[in-house]
Design a binder for this molecule. Structure first.
Ligand SMILES: Cc1cc2nc3c(=O)[nH]c(=O)nc-3n(C[C@H](O)[C@H](O)[C@H](O)COP(=O)(O)OP(=O)(O)OC[C@H]3O[C@@H](n4cnc5c(N)ncnc54)[C@H](O)[C@@H]3O)c2cc1C
Length: 378
């Protein structure tokens, strides 16, 4: 109904890539983290990293439905670390460059990111500024020919491997929103340091870093847009980031349920396969029902985006629902596996670890509720 033969062919090519180039390596990458330069180059060669971007910079020039197909298919990766790393490249660190960057930034950074020649990261969060982005302390002071950047960032996905960061920093001490600039910061600049690779509960196949900036000279031309409007540009970029988790969440929930149904069919307890227990079947049917509702909300958002309408309310609702539902399903499926579900060798345990961050990263559930409340006028 939503997808035609061209979408189906595109879906098949991504599925083939995920089945051949990603899923067979997931267990290894859970130990080592995924080698993003190698993986992204292969994806860039196939046109998977710039689906909606302008063909002038190597993009596919396609629409949100094609992007949805891609995000749905990477949701079938066995575990959420690599899909997160990919979404950072396509939907979190590059939309602002495409929308508000200069020709120079598009040629120098967007183009290689689409080609998979450069790995990128989005650097907003700081030790004292997560949900409250405006509390950030990193400072970019305009000098003669450059911005002098000092400060630190934390929890930065792809931060260890990134060639450049799309980074928000304070350009003024003012209280309001108009005191920030969004910059493209190459990681080979003097004074930049990955201070720590962080040890996490989940997303082991993805690297997450603490970054430090000591008198880093960021060229003036690396500013995205106006140096007072970075906060506004980043808020728009957050909409791409939050939408990016929805299609893949629906796919991952579908996979977790399929995995669990297979197990319940063959696991005999009290003389019968577990799938015969009505309480378990109803729980599965309930999750499938709510996942369908999430999928339809996702497609509704795509329709709004296709009409260039503001989807902040629906994206915030979707992000909230996705985080809540995927955590409930991962935990509930693990419960149905019993003791074997608690073992690291069982895939459901990886999902259980990986999904927890969904209600925290990219705006916690409470922040989504705050946005919805505000839009609803209370
Ligand atoms: C694995 C991982 C990857 C990440 N990747 C990136 C990345 O690539 N780039 C990046 O910039 N950041 C990244 N983050 C950071 C992430 O976006 C932040 O963790 C998130 O925004 C929450 O900020 P915080 O951790 O500082 O929590 P805090 O702001 O300290 O909030 C703590 C908790 O308080 C509650 N809370 C917050 N605000 C409210 C409120 N208004 N009302 C009620 N309760 C509230 C929420 O439950 C929240 O979880 C990542 C985080 C993780 C864990």
């Amino acid at each position: 109904m939503y997808f035609n033969e061209t979408h189906d062919a595109f879906r098949a090519s991504i599925k083939k890539f995920v089945d051949k180039e990603i899923n067979p390596h997931m267990s290894e990458w859970e130990q080592t983290t995924a080698p993003l330069h190698d993986l992204f180059k292969k994806m860039g060669d196939l046109g998977f990293l710039g689906i909606r971007y302008d063909p002038k910079y190597g993009g596919g020039g396609l629409d949100y439905w094609f992007e949805t197909v891609m995000l749905e298919e990477i949701g079938h990766i066995k575990g959420m670390g690599v899909s997160t790393a990919i979404a950072v490249q396509t939907n979190m660190a590059t939309p602002a460059i495409a929308a508000s960057g200069s020709e120079y930034l598009k040629e120098t950074y967007l183009k290689p990111a689409i080609a998979g020649d450069m790995v990128c990261a989005i650097a907003v969060t700081e030790p004292d500024a997560g949900s409250d982005v405006r509390a950030m302390k990193s400072r970019a002071v305009k000098k003669d020919g450059y911005y002098l950047l000092n400060g630190s960032k934390t929890f930065i996905t792809n931060g260890v491997q990134a060639d450049f960061l799309t980074l928000l920093a304070r350009t003024d001490e003012g209280e309001g929103y108009h005191s920030f600039g969004l910059f493209v910061v190459p990681t080979n600049l003097k004074g930049f340091q990955v201070s720590k690779k962080l040890d996490k509960i989940g997303l082991w196949s993805s690297d997450t870093a603490e970054l430090y900036f000591d008198d880093v000279k960021v060229p003036l031309e690396n500013l995205i847009g106006d140096d007072r409007e970075g906060f506004i540009i980043q808020m728009k970029q957050f909409q791409h980031e939050r939408f990016a988790v929805l299609p893949g969440t629906c796919s991952a929930i579908q996979d977790m349920i399929a995995l669990t149904v297979d197990y319940l069919r063959q696991r005999i307890v009290f003389g019968k396969p577990l799938i015969t227990k009505q309480v378990l079947r109803h729980r599965l049917a309930d999750w499938i029902t709510r996942n369908e509702a999430l999928r339809q909300l996702t497609y509704h958002i795509v329709r709004l985006k296709m009409e260039n309408l503001d989807a902040t309310r629906e994206v915030s609702m979707g992000k909230l629902l996705a985080g809540q539902l995927i955590s409930e399903v991962a935990s509930g499926c693990l419960q149905m596996f019993g003791g074997v579900g608690f073992m690291n060798e069982t895939l459901i345990s990886r999902y259980f670890r990986d999904v927890r961050v969904m209600s925290i990263g990219g705006g916690a559930d409470e922040v989504m509720l705050e946005i919805v409340s505000r839009i609803e006028g209370f």
